[in-house]
Write a protein of this length. Structure first.
Lengths: 289, 442
């Protein structure tokens, strides 16, 4: 038996609870596009990090968090800078020989953040509603056996598990490596959403087809067989996606590194949650019919 | 030749033609598309994050502006910014207005501008509207603009004194004209200016560029003036808008900016190409190891996928951002999902003892519902992303959506056509090539 529904259902509940707890307690490091602020990436060696920080603090009384990258650049996060401040800081950094070249500069005022946060929440809620509706529609053939809405609910439960888990990991990464939760991260969440549901659908599809074809048999045996039949596909698809994500991690640039990390984590949990989160959930939903 | 065989060869022919066209689109000898006023040179459009440049987001302060006039006011601001940016000499600046919630924004994209400070101060400067009187053409008092011909001299009257600029119509002829109304001080200055200039011209300058120079008929003391003279309605509206913008009907505020240096963009392109190629090779290697001959066919389809994708991006004129490139590379990994679904079914059918022909056609048929559902959900999330997103996220969403649709074609239609072609050859009917332990002989 691949799935012990009771055990795995509890594990998924605990994972979700722990993720929520981490998100609430640790708090993600919100990206500047969500809360406002400036980001400055300059070409400079890591040993200049502290000098830069001191310079910003002493000369401009600006508090900053600075993070070195493997490419020999420093990413400097500060509260919102005006254009003049930005120019002066850049001038001071080059004059002191602390930085060679500005690679990028981003600034976002607080109003942008408020709109983006609202949009992000709308997008996620909309995805959930649409997915449940679409799954209920596509599994209407199984209506004689169980309420088709249950497929949607179980799939979305698994997706929520994935999104919360990845967000919690990013909250921790934010604490240790200053990894921000920004609109790019939300994009990754939406992509994970699509992938995780996709993986779950293939399994549920097989389950429903077998179920309708047999109209009998133990629910658990049925689930178990569907998992066996779709396991290779699930592994292979995840592997091909992971292969391209890993090449992007290794050879792609720094700008999208954490975006790719989020996608990688999502691909792994997306494949995991199909079997160990969505399936136990569906089992309990249909058993209590 | 059976009918089925003919149909298969026909679809192969179509695929071949499409592939040749797609490859052609991706070569330097690509065609220049021109249909009427629609023109496209099929070059790959790179976003600011790849070619370097500045992205500025302004908020228009529309507080207190009546609902009906908001559109006009924001459009006025856009025109002003566009003129200023153009004067700055940047190639193909993009100035767009957008509505985010209740907020009105003006987005300015300046490709190739890595130091936007000058542009920012130019855009943010208070627009200069001023009225000038005609002086003798021999004396060039106004040497700043270098305009020859009739020369105009600055007066004290500026846009600060303008209370209103409206479009109205000539009572007799019904021709569009622009009405001006000055405040108290402006009225006095305007009266003095017109008294001096009867029979001569008064020029209206915006940001140092003359936009209109009507001839003064009589002295005007009530602080109201009419600029007439063969305007079309559009021109009159434009002028009124310019005049109002000169008087700053809507203040703007820089709320966000993003500047990408030239090095980072160039580096990102190189890295993305490397990552994309290696990703493609890795996926192909995986597919061939696992599925052998069908895997090889899927890899050929995957290469075609990449070629078609680039051709479509060029043809549609989609701007590729870094996130868009990431979406494309990710979609390479996802594009074979349909193949995996089909090949797993094929293997199952072979193991169950079906002959190759039926195992193949049934495999495609049985996998379809899963392929359809997973692609629909993928498309749904791409559409939601598009509506959620800023320009960067939209780039990702668009490439993901194109990739999902295109992969259905390459992974199903192309793979099927090629597999049928190859499988017609009996030598391929070996367990090793089909990655099964044993199979029923024909």
């Amino acid at each position: 038996m691949i799935v012990n529904p009771k055990l795995w259902f509890w594990i998924s509940l605990i994972t979700i609870a722990a993720s929520v707890l981490i998100i609430v307690l640790v708090r993600p490091l919100w990206g500047i596009d969500f809360v406002g602020g400036s980001l400055l990436e300059v070409k400079a060696p890591e040993e200049n990090l502290e000098k830069v920080q001191v310079l910003l603090e002493d000369t401009f009384s600006i508090s900053s968090t600075i993070q070195p990258t493997p490419e020999g650049t420093l990413i400097i996060r500060t509260p919102v800078l005006t254009s003049e401040q930005h120019q002066k800081i850049l001038g001071a950094l080059t004059a002191e020989g602390l930085a060679e070249e500005e690679l990028r500069f981003e600034a976002a005022g607080p109003t942008i953040g408020a709109a983006l946060r609202r949009q992000a929440i709308v997008a996620l809620v909309l995805s959930i509603v649409l997915m449940i509706a679409y799954l209920a529609y596509t599994f209407r053939g199984a209506a004689g056996l169980t309420n088709p809405w249950k497929f949607g609910v179980a799939a979305v439960y698994a997706v929520l598990h994935d999104l919360l888990l990845v967000t919690a990991i990013f909250a921790l990464l934010g604490k240790t490596w200053n990894v921000p939760v920004d609109s790019l991260f939300v994009t990754a969440l939406l992509a994970i959403f699509g992938y995780s549901v996709n993986d779950t659908i293939v399994l549920f599809n097989r389950m429903a087809t077998n179920w309708v074809a047999r109209r009998s048999g133990n629910l658990l045996t049925n689930i178990d067989q569907a998992i066996r039949e779709t396991l290779m596909r699930s592994i292979n698809t995840s592997m091909t996606i992971l292969l391209v994500l890993v090449t992007m991690l290794l050879f792609g640039g720094t700008t999208l590194r954490w975006f790719v990390v989020a996608l990688t984590l999502g691909t792994i949990t997306g494949a995991y949650s199909t079997i160990f989160v969505a399936t136990p959930c569906l089992y309990y939903l249909t058993k209590r019919r | 030749m059976t009918r089925e065989r003919k149909r298969q060869l026909f679809s192969l022919l179509i695929i071949g033609i499409l592939a040749v066209v797609a490859v052609w689109f991706n070569t330097p000898w690509r065609p220049q598309v021109q249909i009427g006023s629609f023109e496209r040179d099929l070059s790959l459009r790179l976003g600011l994050d790849l070619q370097g440049g500045s992205h500025l987001i302004y908020r228009a302060d529309i507080k207190g502006v009546p609902e009906a006039e908001i559109e006009e006011a924001v459009a006025g601001v856009r025109d002003v910014i566009e003129r200023r940016v153009n004067a700055f000499g940047i190639s193909q600046p993009i100035v767009q207005t957008s509505k985010v919630g209740e907020e009105r924004r003006i987005v300015v994209e300046l490709a190739g501008v890595h130091n936007p400070e000058t542009a920012i101060s130019l855009i943010g400067a208070t627009p200069q509207l001023d009225f000038r009187k005609e002086v003798s053409a021999t004396v060039n008092v106004d040497d700043q603009t270098g305009i020859t011909g009739p020369t105009f001299e600055r007066t004290a009257l500026t846009g600060r004194h303008l209370k209103r600029a409206t479009v109205d119509f000539d009572q007799v002829l019904g021709a569009p004209q622009v009405g001006l109304e000055f405040d108290g001080e402006g009225s006095d200055l305007f009266a003095a200016l017109t008294r001096e200039s009867v029979g001569k011209r008064v020029a209206i300058y915006l940001d140092g560029i003359p936009i209109s120079a009507p001839v003064v008929q009589t002295e005007i003391t009530n602080g109201q003036a009419i600029i007439s003279g063969g305007f079309s309605l559009e021109e009159a509206k434009q002028l009124a808008r310019n005049l109002r913008a000169g008087a700053l009907p809507v203040p703007i505020e820089l709320i966000g900016q993003q500047t990408i240096g030239p090095t980072l963009g160039r580096l990102s392109i190189q890295e993305s190409i490397a990552a994309g190629l290696l990703g493609l090779i890795a996926v192909a290697a995986w597919m061939i190891t696992f599925y052998r001959l069908p895997g090889l066919i899927a890899s050929i389809a995957l290469v075609l996928y990449a070629v078609f994708f680039l051709a479509i991006i060029r043809a549609l004129g989609v701007t590729m951002t870094l996130a868009g490139v990431a979406g494309f590379i990710l979609s390479i990994g996802m594009a074979v999902d349909a193949n995996v679904l089909i090949f797993e079914r094929l293997r199952e059918n072979l193991r169950a003892g079906k002959t190759i022909r039926y195992a193949l056609t049934d495999g495609f048929r049985e996998a379809w519902s899963s392929i359809r559902d997973s692609n629909v959900t993928g498309l749904l999330s791409a559409i939601i992303m598009y509506y959620f997103g800023s320009s960067i996220i939209r780039g990702f969403a668009v490439t993901l959506a194109i990739g999902t649709l295109l992969s259905m074609f390459t992974a199903i239609t192309i793979t099927r056509a090629l597999l049928h072609l190859v499988m017609a050859w009996k030598a391929t009917h070996r367990p090793f090539l089909l990655a099964v332990k044993s199979m029923k002989a024909l």
